[in-house]
Ligand binder design. Structure first.
Ligand code: PLP
Length: 403
């Protein structure tokens, strides 16, 4: 059996999983790298004995792999519990380290993931920071000039994501970073690249940023592990203090199995990036075309010219997202409205609201293809979406979801 193809599981028969922007299945090679650390192998990487040294070697090897995929030096990788913690470490850590000296003004975009937006708003509400939120256009694009205009002498950090998780728009981060530096050479620049791993080229220098967030589970790695890439010399104040792991930047005994898996996932993601992007973009393009042709009133969202290859996103007038997703689930399609909301409550998308969609912000649909998605699945998904929309619009009854 080729290692990069998971065997079809009876559990998945007939189900179309098109929610790869929420999470991806574990790659078999990733699982193989993790399994020894969940079984016969163990050890605390901080222990000096052979078991400890072996665990340390696994963490270091994974660090090299993640660094190669992220376009940075190994010492610039800080392993975290995922993208959310990486974003928090960037914002809180920079503010704590440099706020007293450089100022406490944060600039973020209106389309950031909640991990950035809620954190920044919370810091501002608590009086720890002042905050400027930069608006986007109808395609979710952030203008570099608008970001530069928001930068002040007391700006300590600017955070603009590389690729949006709800509508797929890819920002011109190099232009944004250059514009920020031209206004204030001391301001640091962070980008949330969680959705970009394995889809877009990364690199601190190529993007012109100081800090970059990653998460393993968006790229066929395990959930609960990620990294903040922090440029050498940029040392955000640790938000978890204790034993001083990760060179004092993030204390806590390392998640060795998760980190080993992340390393392999990052390496695979980078190796397959071009081929995956080409294939996924053809699939997503086909799905978009099919839905535009067959679903009356549906409108693609996001930037058609600079977007994540895997992701199609729409507003569907007359279809509340929560109802549409429930019918799609009944029809065997796993989709999303945008971000995966922990409460499951229907909250209109803040991204679509910022893009000016008004009431339609509650009618979002996101479909994201992945490595295992086939052309036949795309055709089948288009038919089922068409059926689901017709049912919701007709006020069709919805069965109670099974827990
Ligand atoms: N940032 C973006 C853009 C995301 O899409 C996500 C996950 O949905 C996160 C951050 C949070 O990452 P994690 O799930 O690893 O905490």
């Amino acid at each position: 059996m080729p290692l990069d193809r998971a065997p079809p599981s009876p559990e998945h028969t007939g189900v179309l999983y098109l929610d790869h922007a929420a999470t991806t299945p574990l790659d078999p090679q990733v699982r193989a790298a993790m399994l020894p650390w969940l079984g016969e192998r163990f050890g605390n990487p901080s222990s000096v004995h052979r078991y400890g040294r072996r665990a340390r070697a696994a963490v270091d090897e994974a660090r090299d792999r993640v660094a190669a995929a992220a376009g940075c030096a190994s010492r610039e990788v800080v392993f975290t519990s995922g993208g959310t913690e990486a974003d928090n470490l960037a914002l809180r850590g920079v503010l704590e380290r440099w706020g007293p000296e450089r100022g406490r003004h944060l600039v973020v975009s209106a389309v950031e993931h909640e991990a950035v937006l809620t954190t920044a708003r919370g810091l501002a509400e608590a009086g720890a920071a002042t905050l400027t939120v930069v608006d986007c256009d109808r395609c979710g694009r952030i203008d570099s000039g608008a970001v530069a205009a928001a930068v002040r002498p007391d700006t300590v950090l600017v955070s603009v994501m590389l690729a949006n998780n709800e509508v797929g728009t890819v920002q011109d981060v190099p232009a944004i970073a250059a514009a920020v530096r031209a206004r204030n050479a001391g301001a640091l620049v962070h980008t949330d690249a969680v959705q970009a791993l394995g889809k877009l080229p990364l690199g601190l220098d190529a993007l012109g940023v100081d800090l970059l967030s990653l998460s393993a589970h968006k790229a066929h790695g395990p959930q609960g592990v990620g990294a903040l890439i922090a440029r050498h010399g940029v040392f955000p104040a640790a938000q978890l203090t204790g034993g001083g792991q990760e060179r004092g930047r993030r204390s806590g005994t390392e998640n060795v199995a998760g980190i080993a898996g992340f390393g392999v996932a990052a390496e695979l993601a980078e190796r397959r990036r071009d081929a995956d992007a080409r294939r996924l973009s053809a699939l997503a393009g086909r799905l978009t075309n099919l839905l535009v042709e067959t679903v009356p009133g549906i409108e693609p969202t996001g930037d058609p010219s600079a977007r994540l290859p895997s992701l199609c996103s729409f507003v569907v007038p007359g279809c509340r997202s929560d109802l549409l997703l429930a019918v799609l689930d009944e029809l065997g399609v796993c989709a999303s409205a945008g971000s995966a909301c922990s409460s499951g409550a229907p909250v209109p998308s803040h991204v679509l609201a910022a893009m000016g969609f008004g009431q339609l912000a509650g009618c979002a649909l996101r479909l994201a293809a992945g490595r295992s998605t086939t052309g036949a699945e795309i055709e089948a998904a288009a038919e089922r979406v068409q059926q689901a929309v017709a049912r919701v619009r007709a006020g069709g009854r919805i069965a109670t979801p099974t827990p």
